[in-house]
Design a protein around this ligand. Structure first.
Ligand SMILES: Nc1ncnc2c1ncn2[C@@H]1O[C@H](COP(=O)(O)OP(=O)(O)OP(=O)(O)O)[C@@H](O)[C@H]1O
Length: 256
């Protein structure tokens, strides 16, 4: 199932999607669409359903109600394997296999698809250059990498097959502020240049606005506001939006 690169088309969409885990409502009647080639940030408090939404788009979870469409077609169980090849998925701690080197981690899926070693190495080196990872680091195990290097490798793994879309679940949250800032700086042009559909989950409004013109705020499984940073600041839809916006501490604030 290709995800079209036509910028006018819809890469992902949810219509009336609800998802529960026992008594917990993770998503409550959510309707959203993400156009091809766009970058969108999902923000919201903990447990508001952001990760569940990404997992639904990947076919890792299924809605109780409503439909998920990818590239205009309702996502079905038969599409999932093909979809995994077309969508890179990066999670907070990278999710690298500890017993494999960085290159070993990058090789898994391409090897499974029949790529030879040379092709895998070439692609890995190309992505190392793109993400500013020294090539020598490819031979190291995850425990021998810094947090920032691990996330670079996780991102490279997401990009190995040159997917049409990247779904990033708090990819920078575990990093120290300097590395996080550097990676924000490095990733933004990568997202802009590659022309992929990017959906990034973050808790941080400033990070959301840095990466994406469109920000979607969730609360308790529902979309509270969908717009640009200025809309959240100047035209909040309710008091929660204002509280969420104002809860982001500014530099210079101090309790003493
Ligand atoms: N596999 C699961 N089993 C049971 N409950 C789950 C499961 N996955 C998510 N939940 C619950 O569903 C709700 C939404 O979780 P989700 O991880 O999507 O939120 P989130 O907005 O990504 O949170 P965070 O920002 O903390 O990662 C939460 O109440 C969570 O506890």
């Amino acid at each position: 199932m290709p995800i079209t690169s036509n910028p006018l088309s819809e890469a992902f969409a949810l219509s009336g999607v609800s998802k529960r885990y026992d008594t917990v409502v993770a998503l409550d009647n959510v309707t959203l669409s993400f156009s091809a080639g766009s970058t969108t940030a999902l923000v919201g408090s903990s447990g508001s359903g952001k990760s569940t939404l990404l997992r639904l788009l990947l076919g890792l979870e299924w809605p109780d109600q409503g439909v998920v469409r990818v590239d205009g077609r309702v996502l079905g169980k038969d599409d999932v394997l093909a979809l995994r090849r077309r969508v890179g998925y990066v999670i907070q701690d990278g999710g690298l296999f500890p017993h494999l080197t960085a290159l070993g981690n990058l090789s898994l899926l391409p090897h499974h698809l029949g790529w030879n070693r040379e092709r895998i190495r070439q692609r890995a080196e190309e992505l190392a250059d793109l993400t500013n990872l020294p090539r020598g680091v490819l031979e190291r195990y995850p425990a021998e990498l810094s947090g920032g290097q691990r996330q670079r490798v996780a991102l490279m793994r997401g990009l190995m097959l040159n997917p049409d879309a990247l779904l990033l679940d708090e990819p920078l949250s575990a990093l120290d502020p300097i590395v996080r800032y550097e990676l924000q700086d490095e990733l933004k042009p990568i997202f802009d240049q590659l022309g992929k559909t990017v959906i990034v989950v973050t808790h941080d409004m400033a990070e959301a606005a840095w990466f994406a013109e469109r920000i979607v705020l969730f609360r308790q499984g529902r979309v509270v506001q969908d717009g640009r940073l200025a809309d959240f600041r100047d035209r909040p839809t309710d008091g929660f939006v204002t509280r969420f916006f104002q809860s982001q501490r500014r530099l210079g604030e101090s309790s003493v």
